[in-house]
Design a protein around this ligand. Structure first.
Ligand SMILES: O=C(O)c1ccccc1NCC(=O)[C@H](O)[C@H](O)COP(=O)(O)O
Length: 235
């Protein structure tokens, strides 16, 4: 299961979270958010992570930004993923893809393009299918009339049981160490995205909650030794 921890603002927390083996870290490039982080602060974090974690996805989250602004932040911040969290159309996603492709000769890996949709009802879910040919990943987040993201609200997971786009899709919205197992028992996303459910306050992650979230998803291999004091089953 692909795991993304979103809304990081602190370098020491980013390093600790990368060490837990997550697949991606997200940065909120939206100035009105309490989790906003400047491009230069993103660059300090990405520069510190890349030598030790060369395969980690470093994703900028944008809200109705222009393609030029997105590309500038990607280049200056050392990002390799873009998450569009506003009202961006499939046509705009296509335009961003073309702009990002022009950056790629300067950057080592392909830049992942993610479209987040805030799902209110079945009609909203049908809208999501329109993006599956123009982005790498569809991210489904909860709808809130006031907030664009990081709401801590969950989607009605029952509604997502038959959601099968042509591309990868990630589940977001109100996930936490307490409910993540229940969520993936009901729906089958290829990835999970969490922010406020593993925080002390906006932008300040609670490392023990992040660790617990990851632990719930990463099953130990059958060959790994049992923790001290636990007995295996004999057959
Ligand atoms: O987190 C924010 O403050 C934010 C602001 C504006 C646009 C998007 C934002 N966050 C997007 C995310 O990727 C969150 O991880 C996602 O909404 C899930 O949040 P949560 O329900 O708190 O786990």
């Amino acid at each position: 299961m692909y795991i993304k921890i979103c809304g990081l603002t602190k370098i020491d927390q980013a390093q600790a979270i990368a060490q837990m083996g997550v697949n991606a870290i997200g940065f909120i490039c939206v100035s009105s958010s309490p989790r906003y982080i400047t491009t230069s602060a993103i660059a300090q974090i990405t520069t510190s992570l890349i030598p030790d974690y060369p395969t980690i996805d470093l994703i900028g989250v944008f809200l109705n930004a222009s393609a030029e602004e997105i590309c500038q932040t990607v280049e200056q911040g050392g990002l390799n993923g873009v998450q569009l969290h506003g009202d961006e159309s499939p046509e705009f996603c296509h335009e961003v893809r073309s702009h990002l492709d022009q950056l790629q000769p300067n950057i080592n890996s392909n830049i992942k393009l993610i479209k987040a949709l805030r799902v209110k009802d079945q009609a909203g879910l049908e809208q999501a299918q329109r993006y599956s040919d123009v982005v790498d990943v569809i991210l489904l987040d909860a709808y809130d009339p006031q907030m664009a993201g990081g709401t801590g609200k969950t989607i009605d997971w029952q509604m997502l049981r038959d959601f099968r786009p042509h591309c990868d899709w990630w589940l977001a919205g109100g996930l936490s160490p307490e409910n993540v197992e229940q969520a993936i028992a009901l729906v089958c996303p290829s990835g999970l995205d969490v922010s406020s459910g593993v925080e002390r306050s906006a932008g300040d992650k609670d490392l023990s909650k992040v660790k617990e979230f990851v632990r719930k998803l990463v099953r130990p291999s059958p060959l790994s030794p049992l923790p001290k004091g636990e007995k295996g089953t004999k057959n």
